[in-house]
Design a protein around this ligand. Structure first.
Ligand code: NAI
Length: 466
């Protein structure tokens, strides 16, 4: 029996290993983490992350061939294949601070693997890492442990939060990079055999190590670039009377462009896009490639601009101040169907509104009150102006304005007549995700702002740029 161990029981490690266990009953899969609390949650009734369909997969496999454990060293030492899926955040200090990936967790995992290994192992980079990381990992593994043979593979994960289970069950592609030696090819084949149990052969792509590592950074940069591109166009739509949804739909019908990832909004968030692009920028700079670095940096700058622009719209529309006004924030997660609020645009929007003196009241179906308060406290916001509501109606009660910041389906189906009746007048609705029907809401009486759509007469002529 092949034994797999995954270090890191997070948004990637948990779902990925659950699906491997589901599809490979003859493989024993152990997911380990230094956080005993996270492991306890994986072993409990309430999983530590919300992901549609995940409960069901975990329920089927847990205790059969899927195990969650805090006994990191034992499971690593027993495994044939060790996935490393630890966090790789942006460095906050020292060389490359604010851009480079912080590989502290990765390095400590690699040293531990070297320390406890008594048999040959395939070590798989599942985390997103800078190109050439495998070289450093190989050095750590071989310098610390001479008697054991290690093969390092790059197998970046392309799942999207909110659709992780479906993405894992039917991936567009699985990418495996390895050394171009006999031992390297053998390791690639061993990992390929695991995925081949449910992924069609033509969707399993093998490359050299550096291509696989760089592909993940490139893919995230391309995805984020599409969002910044359509968001840049949304600003021009508002200035000219064009409608960004119409423009994006027609642009996306071009077979060379395609329709996906062309929805304008308040900006991208999540733990990956910003950090991976910053990492790409840093790597370009380290290679003296200043123009490519500046090009990719601009994707982040447009994203920051879009968030600032939204806050300016809110404040300028409401007589140039939100001081003392209640603003209901509907949605805090960085996208729908996840409880993840890492780098969510909601943090920046709330920060901007609080800075102008608003009282914000947040409702999100999945992000906990503790998490919302922790996220806002982390950016220095005092809590006395922050409320957290149990539903959208409570959040909007007595409010001067609503800001929709996550595209949760339930926000499309709210009783906006009831909400309008309970709000201060004029009642404003700022739709940061273009989920509501602006025409219908205007008929109820709202003053509506939808990103990239023709402006309400009320909003015309008001400053729109931060
Ligand atoms: P996460 O923060 O949810 O999980 C990482 C886990 O690793 C944490 O539970 C932490 O306690 C654990 N950990 C850290 N150091 C450890 C060590 N030495 N030994 C044992 N456990 C350790 O992170 P997430 O979101 O799962 O991301 C992991 C990696 O996957 C990152 O590199 C990320 O860029 C990448 N990725 C993330 C995606 C996402 O949608 N979240 C998608 C694709 C890739």
């Amino acid at each position: 029996m092949v034994k797999i161990c995954c270090i890191g029981a997070g948004y990637v490690g948990g779902p990925t290993m659950a699906v491997i266990a589901l599809k490979c009953p003859s493989i024993e899969v152990a997911v380990v983490d230094i956080s005993a609390a996270r492991i306890a949650a994986w072993n409990g009734d309430e999983l530590p992350i919300y992901e549609p369909g995940l409960d069901e997969v975990v329920r089927q496999c847990r205790g059969r061939n899927l195990f969650f454990s805090a006994d990191v060293e034992r499971h690593v030492s027993e495994a044939d294949i060790v996935f490393v899926s630890v966090n790789t955040p942006t460095k906050t200090r020292g060389l490359g601070a604010g851009k480079a990936a912080d590989l502290t967790y990765w390095e400590s995992a690699a040293r531990m693997i070297a320390d406890v290994s008594k048999s040959d192992k395939i070590v798989v980079e599942k985390s997103t890492v800078p190109v050439k990381t495998a070289e450093a990992i190989e050095k750590i593994l071989t310098h610390n442990c001479n008697a054991v043979n290690f093969q390092v593979l790059s197998n970046p994960e392309f799942l999207a939060e909110g659709t992780a289970v479906q993405d894992l069950l039917r991936p567009d592609r699985v990418l495996i990079g390895g050394r171009e030696t006999a031992a390297g090819r053998k390791a690639v084949d061993a990992l390929k055999d695991v995925y081949a149990r449910w992924v069609p052969a033509d969707r399993i792509v093998t490359t050299n190590l550096w291509s696989a590592e760089l592909t993940k950074l490139a893919a995230n940069a391309f995805l984020a670039q599409r969002i910044s591109s359509v968001n840049a166009i949304s600003a021009l739509c508002e200035a000219t009377g064009a409608d960004v949804s119409e423009v994006a739909a027609a642009v996306g019908m071009d077979g060379r462009i395609g329709p996906k990832f062309l929805t304008a909004g308040v900006g991208f968030g999540g733990s990956c896009f910003q950090k991976d692009i910053l990492n790409l920028v840093y790597i370009c700079e380290r290679h003296g490639l200043h123009e490519p670095a500046a090009y990719w940096k601009q994707v982040i700058e447009v994203n920051d601009y879009q968030k600032r622009r939204f806050v300016t719209r809110v404040v300028s529309s409401m007589f140039n101040t939100v001081s003392g006004k209640k603003v209901a924030v509907l949605g805090f997660a960085f996208k729908k169907d996840t409880g993840d609020s890492r780098e969510t645009p909601a943090i920046d929007v709330c920060k901007g509104l609080l800075a102008d003196g608003a009282a914000v009241c947040v409702y999100d179906p999945q992000v906990t009150e503790d998490q919302i308060r922790q996220d806002l406290a982390a950016v220095g916001e005092p809590m006395r102006q922050v409320g957290v509501a149990r539903d959208a109606y409570e959040a909007a009660g007595g409010a001067h304005a609503i800001c929709i910041l996550t595209e949760w389906d339930e926000f499309k189906a709210l009783d906006y007549r009831r909400i309008f009746d309970g709000m201060q007048k004029p009642a404003f609705l700022f739709d940061g995700r273009n989920v509501v029907d602006g025409g219908e809401l205007r008929r109820i009486g709202f003053i509506v702002y939808s990103i990239g759509k023709p402006l309400d007469p009320w909003l015309r002529g008001m400053p729109a740029v931060a």
